[in-house]
Design a protein around this ligand. Structure first.
Ligand SMILES: [Zn+2]
Ligand SMILES: [Zn+2]
Length: 252
């Protein structure tokens, strides 16, 4: 039923999107072109940039050299070499993530991919783009996996290959809302497996998701990818939950 519904609604959706004026994904105001925020929402975006942890990308409180790492990464180095996100998960960036997830507005993925590539810079020549998988029933329920849509756009814009089924989620993870880091780590243990190792062996995997919260999910994926022969894993998300007291830079 979910798949049927998706078949029925997506061409219809495309027609509606083409006829209705483009709206700001942050607030719904009419804007003068697709794939953009209105000026007010744009000014509220909290960009994440240097000084930041060389590994996880978290903003650092003081000016520091480019190789500096945050306390958490020093204490327990994550399995990925680098995680980057253009925006803090708040305000209009959060609205955009929710719009993609629930509104089925797949063209929003194009806008997210562009912002993500801006902070990622040139992807390595050996890069392969891999989305964090959703469990099948969730895809079935929703009609799509938002990470796949973003990854598809990233592949298109960067010219790097997409390995959409390289990773598989073998266990649905109950909602992680409100759980701490340790609890989340436990929650995702054993949730993923590498289904197609041939697509990632000896390559830099760019692991893609819409939001990074504690990093437990991407860490679980990265560990599996490395074990299966990936050279490095980089994480690229559109938004990033910041810890209490951390602020991105407004209006960038
Ligand atoms: Zn707006
Ligand atoms: Zn860090």
């Amino acid at each position: 039923m979910g798949a049927m519904l998706a078949l029925v609604t997506s061409p219809f959706r495309a027609v509606v999107d083409a006829v209705l004026p483009p709206r700001c994904p942050g607030c719904g105001e009419i804007v003068d072109g697709d794939d953009r925020f209105c000026a007010a929402c744009f000014a509220q975006l909290q960009a994440i940039g240097p000084p930041q942890c060389a590994c996880c990308g978290m903003p650092l409180p003081h000016e520091s050299d480019a190789a500096a790492r945050c306390g958490a990464c020093l204490a327990e180095p994550p399995p990925f070499v680098r995680a980057r996100a253009p925006y803090a998960y708040a305000g209009p960036a959060r609205q955009l993530v929710l719009a993609l997830k629930h509104g089925r507005r797949l063209h929003l993925a194009r806008m997210m991919a562009r912002a993500m590539l801006r902070v990622a810079g040139n992807l390595p020549d050996d890069a392969v783009i891999v989305p964090v998988p959703s469990h099948r029933w969730r895809v079935w329920q929703r009609g799509f996996n938002q990470a796949v849509e973003i990854a598809r756009q990233l592949a298109r814009q960067s010219g790097r290959p997409l390995a959409v089924d390289a990773l598989d989620r073998i266990k649905p993870t109950p909602t992680t809302k409100g759980l701490g880091r340790r609890a989340r780590q436990k929650n995702v243990q054993g949730a993923f497996r590498v289904a197609r190792p041939g697509e990632i062996t000896n390559r830099t995997v760019v692991l893609v998701d819409d939001v990074m919260t504690t990093g437990a999910t991407v860490s679980a994926c990265a560990a599996k990818l490395l074990k299966a022969g990936a050279r490095h894993v980089e994480v690229l998300t559109y938004a990033r939950a910041l810890r209490e007291g951390q602020v991105g830079m407004t209006g960038l």
